[in-house]
Design a protein around this ligand. Sequence first.
Ligand SMILES: Cc1cc2nc3c(=O)[nH]c(=O)nc-3n(C[C@H](O)[C@H](O)[C@H](O)COP(=O)(O)OP(=O)(O)OC[C@H]3O[C@@H](n4cnc5c(N)ncnc54)[C@H](O)[C@@H]3O)c2cc1C
Length: 429
Amino acid sequence: MRQHSTFSRRRLLGTGLAAAAGLPFIGCANLGGGPSIGRVVIVGGGFGGATAARYLRLWGSNVDVTLVERNGSFVSCPISNLVLGGHKQMSDITMSYAGLEAVGVKRVQGDVTAIDPQAKEVRLADGRKLPYDRLVLSPGIDFMFDQVGGLGTPAAQEKVLHSWKAGPQTVALRRQLEAMPDGGVYALTIPKAPYRCPPGPYERACMVASYFKQFKPRSKVLVLDANPEITSKKGLFEKAFADHYKGIVEYRPNNELKSVDAATNTAKLEFDDVKADVLNVVPPQRAGDIARTSGLLNMNNRWAGVNWLTMESTAVPGIHVLGDATFSAPLMPKSGHMANQHAKVAAAAIIQILQGQPVNATPVVMNTCYSFVTARDVIHVASVHQYDIAEKILKTVPGSGGLSPAANQVEGRNALSWAQNIWADMLAT
Ligand SMILES: Cc1cc2nc3c(=O)[nH]c(=O)nc-3n(C[C@H](O)[C@H](O)[C@H](O)COP(=O)(O)OP(=O)(O)OC[C@H]3O[C@@H](n4cnc5c(N)ncnc54)[C@H](O)[C@@H]3O)c2cc1C
């Protein structure tokens, strides 16, 4: 029954975007033969890259798709805050790439260290070279550790965790929280926007507070935000802090982190120092390293500019950039849902380009970000973005999207379904 509804949703997603792209909807993967229409190499098997791999096979069938990912399995950032709160396990957010291989994606586990756009090939750390006709890069983010004094060394980074890429750091931060004495202080620092997942830090504060409320009720969650106010779902998070975590969560705006003393877990802010038992620093971010070393970061030397009709880089032709690494359009969040949508625009466009056909002139993408404020109560923010031909940018559609009226348990169930559906959509499970 669950499988059936997942499949139906996937069909719907596929139908909508195939129609929007001007492609025939084929319902399920047409994995038939025929000569290859081109080789596409994808770097990064996260929300953007995995979705692109699947949809290039689903919509293009005879596209030769190779996905290069350094990790052996996919670990999801969405739902990872619930692991920190003790409400989910790592096994709930860890998935294999077998579904993609089953639809004909060639998977290469490795680290891409260089791209040669003239020779049209990517190079791996182990010396392998992969030729391509079109390249897709969805490398996510890397951290600007140099912007936070005292955080430059591996030893400091092992002690003061970010846990802003799900995986070993999620496990390590949970252990730090478990080891913290009742009555201790957990301090979370948030960088100035833009950063990956605008509501994510406030959800994390709620999840850690939910753990403290039950198991360490004398403990505190101190949120040190470099921004002047909560950057997403402000009123709903303020209400959650007041209704559920009064006396546990303290929120301090305009508190930009300048440096840390990792030895004493001290956050040094502009006007004061805060010593914590567990210090969790989310550092400022930019597009993943491979996008930087490949000369793609033409926006503030931080993000990759793209043509929103195709997701092709505006710096280097033939390379499509997806997800968090892109310079976001106005009001477009850096989210897994948005990376998934970028991937579908890119997959449709690449298939058309490889066949010498015109691309869709008016793509539409959408986003929903759910946040858990308790183990069961959830809030959401949604938006729809359509290509504006005159301004050549994706703009929010007036009257679309919106916010939850209040945190509730129906959305709690929807949030878990959203996660299951998007994982199935991107990983072909
Ligand atoms: C705590 C938290 C909660 C979140 N919750 C939500 C949520 O509820 N909803 C939502 O929509 N979004 C959420 N997000 C945001 C979401 O995780 C990101 O926006 C999304 O992962 C971006 O997708 P991406 O493809 O750009 O990058 P990623 O998903 O990070 O994928 C990048 C991949 O590229 C690989 N890679 C990078 N460089 C190389 C290289 N050189 N060679 C080989 N492989 C490489 C990496 O290993 C990684 O697997 C959350 C994020 C966090 C941190």
